[in-house]
Design a binder for this molecule. Structure first.
Ligand SMILES: CCCCC/C=C/C/C=C\C/C=C\CC/C=C/C(=O)SCCNC(=O)CCNC(=O)[C@H](O)C(C)(C)COP(=O)(O)OP(=O)(O)OC[C@H]1O[C@@H](n2cnc3c(N)ncnc32)[C@H](O)[C@@H]1OP(=O)(O)O
Ligand SMILES: Cc1cc2nc3c(=O)[nH]c(=O)nc-3n(C[C@H](O)[C@H](O)[C@H](O)COP(=O)(O)OP(=O)(O)OC[C@H]3O[C@@H](n4cnc5c(N)ncnc54)[C@H](O)[C@@H]3O)c2cc1C
Length: 676
């Protein structure tokens, strides 16, 4: 059986415009996939999994998802995820999180499903915060999916400020239980994915109260529904919070407790504990209970890079088959991908997708190191990684939203149709600006770290700065951008350093003028968030350069160098005003950057389709299902867009009858009345 991804193997039936694009590539997409996903084995496994899934009819969508009601979406996503469950052990390595993620996104798409958070937010905190005994009790059951869980932290009244969560877990000395209680409407848990209708367990975050003292947010394992009847247990109110911008195949929920009792052993107590007599045993780090959030944020760069890559695959392929307008040759309209404006819309976003994925691999590895260190009691890396991942999650989610929106606009009218699938990807990805820490809030967390680092540098202690911020103490030496990437890094370092120092100095001046610390912080917050973004963008650039440096295959290195140069020039141009302001960058350099950018667009043009093909998303993943639905969508690999759009429209439920009730009940009488 042939794999459907090779650019060498060009299928006869493909749109000739796309075939032509694939022939111009200077590299092999399978080789590029190895670089994107980390190794030959990982890339091959993804292809094998996609191939295997495409051969199992019950894993295909039974209808185009946008035509389903909310109830149907939940039913359909649950049907698919439970069918998938049956096949999983045969299709993937069950201990491999990346394989699990890949296969779920193949089968489920972006609509969400009632088990998505079971694996990403219920099991991980149990692993991280639960003791061996607690693993024994719940982990096996959770992994076997005997129980379904979610992560219930956010409340109606509080999401960002976790210290003010109002759900209480009060220790009862007499019964050695915790009493969970929701004192007000505001204290209802609100938002947790899969809580509304599907889960029967939840990791609940509640303020721990012992002898009237509040010890802050802690994690508790709570059974919320009966395992047989699935009815909520007495003392529990639970339900769905209604439709959302996206994720409508998932049941985000609310949850309230009325003096609901759980055993003392349900406090997840690997790192902290409440002893029988109510003695509190502190964790080794104050924010140990937040470790799970660092984990999720550390995965967001790669995740969001992949979301953007999917939208770009759709937009770039479509742009290569969409012909409109003329350039020099007036006998044939051009592919819209030949317009410089179209390239400027799409190619920098392709570069960012690659950059985010490369950066993501580094942050995931950093988290794994942290996890190992934490397991042996060393929490010294937590602050650095919290700062880094706070910045990264904020920058990548925002820029991914921008990139996907550009991809949609680049598809013109058809991008606005749900047949493009881009709006669904956008709805899901843009949620990332909010979930796992609202972006501004997280940028301000990184800013705390930057301000402290600048203060250290100011106090003449550059040796105390961690490697990520060492540049804050570097001297300013002008650079010649012609010399290559290192000069770009130095220019970016100058910009980032200057903004961090400016924001810190402003903060200090405010306090010196008598403004309180908190108020001064607020009055500098915009400048502080700017510093955080610049620092993070610098970090992403550095990870991109590191990755390209490490590549041995020459053809891959050359095209990735083009992509990296595009990224460097695009990013620097975007923030150039910071360096022009103090004369660090000259207007001649500014002109150089622009010219480099335009020349990068030209260099990338012949490789554009193959750069997105290299992500190796199957048509199923892009909701262009090969088995059941030959008529979806814009991003299909074979490029046959128009006839499939027509089939898509014909399948709309509105077209199942010629005359709708809206006409007979309202329009017809109106027109009749007008004739009288
Ligand atoms: C299956 C495939 C299908 C494809 C489709 C699907 C795909 C999408 C995939 C997933 C998406 C689906 C669903 C999304 C699920 C979302 C879940 C959630 O959102 S869970 C809830 C997340 N909530 C948050 O993130 C809340 C954010 N707030 C906070 O983290 C804290 O409140 C905040 C802002 C950090 C402040 O905490 P606070 O206790 O008040 O601390 P201070 O600000 O006072 O800081 C004190 C010091 O502590 C340091 N700190 C803070 N946090 C940490 C930490 N985690 N680690 C280490 N240190 C930390 C802080 O820096 C301060 O240090 P200094 O005093 O400055 O030294
Ligand atoms: C799709 C989705 C899935 C989710 N899944 C889950 C889940 O599974 N489990 C769960 O527990 N939660 C979940 N959440 C909730 C999510 O984590 C919170 O919505 C998020 O942390 C933001 O908190 P908030 O809603 O309180 O926003 P708010 O904090 O109310 O934000 C509103 C505005 O106030 C600003 N703001 C707030 N505090 C500050 C500050 N200190 N400084 C400056 N500005 C500030 C913000 O920047 C924002 O502009 C989910 C949310 C979404 C959208």
């Amino acid at each position: 059986m042939t794999m459907v991804f090779l650019n060498k193997e060009i299928r006869d039936g493909d749109n000739p415009d796309l075939t032509e694009e694939r022939k111009t590539a200077t590299f092999d997409t399978n080789k590029m996939a190895e670089v994107i996903y980390g190794s030959e084995k990982l890339a091959r496994r993804r292809r094998e999994i996609s191939q295997a899934v495409s051969l199992i009819p019950e894993l295909a969508d039974s209808k185009p998802l946008p035509f389903l009601s909310r109830n149907e979406k939940i039913l359909e996503s649950t049907r698919k995820v439970t069918a998938l469950n049956e096949h999983l052990p045969r299709l993937i390595n069950m201990n491999d999180e990346d394989e699990a993620w890949h296969i779920h996104s193949e089968v489920i798409g972006f609509e969400g499903n009632p088990l998505a958070l079971h694996h990403s937010l219920f099991i991980p905190p149990l692993v991280i915060q639960g003791s061996d005994e607690q693993h024994e009790k719940w982990l096996g059951r959770a992994k076997r999916r005997e129980i379904i869980g979610c992560y219930a932290q956010t409340e109606l009244g509080h999401g960002s400020n976790i210290r003010k969560l109002e759900t209480t877990a009060t220790y009862s000395l007499s019964t050695q239980e915790f009493i969970l209680h929701t004192p007000t409407i505001n204290a209802l848990k609100w938002w947790p994915g899969a809580l509304g209708k599907s889960s029967n367990h939840a990791v609940v975050v509640a303020s721990l109260i012992i002898k009237e003292q509040n010890y802050g947010p802690h994690l508790f394992m709570v059974q919320i529904r009966d395992e047989q009847s699935h009815e909520p247990l007495p003392g529990i109110a639970v339900g769905d919070i209604g439709p959302k911008m996206a994720f409508n195949g998932a049941d985000n929920g609310f949850l309230g407790f009325n003096n609901f009792r759980i055993p003392r052993g349900n406090l997840l107590n690997r790192h902290c504990n409440v002893e029988v007599d109510g003695t509190y045993v502190r964790p080794p780090h104050d924010k140990m209970n937040y470790a799970g959030m660092i984990r999720v944020r550390s995965r967001m760069a790669a995740e969001q890079g992949t979301f953007m890559a999917q939208a770009l695959t759709i937009a770039v392929r479509y742009s290569a088959v969409r012909r409109q307008g003329f350039l020099e040759n007036k006998s044939q309209e051009v592919k819209v991908l030949d317009y410089q404006t179209q390239q400027h819309r799409l190619f920098p976003a392709i570069a960012r997708s690659y950059a985010f994925i490369f950066c993501g691999f580094e942050t995931i590895q950093k988290y794994e190191t942290l996890q190992n260190e934490m397991n042996s009691g060393n929490v010294s890396l937590m602050a650095d990684l919290h700062a880094l991942t706070s910045g990264i999650k904020s920058v990548v989610t925002y820029q991914t939203g921008e990139g996907i929106e550009q991809a949609r606009m680049a598809c013109g009218g058809h991008g606005y149709s749900m047949a493009s699938y881009i709006s669904e990807i956008y709805g899901c990805a843009i949620g990332g600006c909010t979930y796992e820490g609202e972006n501004m809030v997280m940028l301000l967390q990184l800013a705390r770290y930057l301000v402290k680092s600048v203060e250290l540098a100011m106090r003449g202690k550059p040796g105390d700065l961690g490697p990520m911020v060492a540049y804050l103490a570097y001297p300013d030496i002008k650079v010649d951008l012609v010399t290559g990437p290192e000069a770009y890094v130095k220019m970016f370092q100058h910009i980032s350093k200057r903004q961090s120092i400016k924001a810190t100095e402003k903060f200090h001046r405010k306090m010196e003028s008598g403004v309180s610390r908190d108020e001064a912080w607020n009055q500098c917050a915009v400048e502080l968030t700017r510093a955080s973004r610049l620092h993070t963008r610098l970090y992403i650039i550095e990870t991109f350069i590191r990755r390209v440096d490490s590549i041995e295959d020459l053809s891959i290195k050359m095209v990735l160098t083009d992509l990296m140069n595009l990224h460097l020039n695009y990013e620097l141009l975007d923030v150039a005003s910071y360096a022009l302001e103090d004369g660090f960058m000259s207007s001649t350099q500014m002109g150089f950057i622009k010219n480099q950018l335009y020349s990068s667009l030209e260099k990338i043009r012949p490789n554009a389709v193959s750069l997105v093909d290299s992500f190796q998303f199957s048509d199923l993943q892009l909701r262009s299902n090969l088995l059941n639905f030959l008529f979806q969508v814009l991003g299909r690999r074979d490029g046959h867009v128009y006839q499939n759009l027509f089939e898509w429209a014909k399948s709309s439920p509105l077209n199942q009858t010629e005359v709708l009730p809206s006409v007979t009940q309202y329009l017809k009488p109106m027109m009749e009345k007008a004739k009288l």
